[in-house]
Design a protein around this ligand. Sequence first.
Ligand SMILES: [Zn+2]
Length: 182
Amino acid sequence: MAILKVARLGHPVLRRIAAPVPAEEIRSTEIQRLIDDMIETMREYNGAGLAAPQVHALKQVCVIEVTENPRYPEAPSIPLTVLVNPAVTPLTDEMDDGWEGCLSVPDMRGIVPRYTSVRLEAHDREAGRVDVVAKEFFARVIQHETDHLNGIVYLDRMKDLSTLTHLAEWNRYWLGNTEQDD
Ligand SMILES: [Zn+2]
């Protein structure tokens, strides 16, 4: 396994569209190694998720996991989730505002509106079918990660850039203020 280099905002790879992985290739050594390396990289940098374009691989793969994350001390836990070729369909018009950060936009946070309930269809790492309804924080992380597969970063989704905040100031002025993530 290896810790991969994470592309930062401005690198063109973050703005390109990732290609689907053919179902018969999901269990290949190449894709399994990519998934393992993405998990290791996400954990090394305390990401809540990581999408393949962030590690310079234009494939529709993302990984998600939240367990007592120091970058997101208030976030609920999410077990390790590997998604290949995810498709996300909103199940409501309702959107909630919540703070997001991104390993490709280091040391920043901003308030992003996201659908509160989505249907997620994908393959898992064994090429099995995933078809679940995700809500609240899990729905938020799924929308953030699948946006990466379409060349979209969370800044593009912000309605009001005045909440864009450096991490040190976020910890000082915003941490513990749950007003925005009800
Ligand atoms: Zn991100």
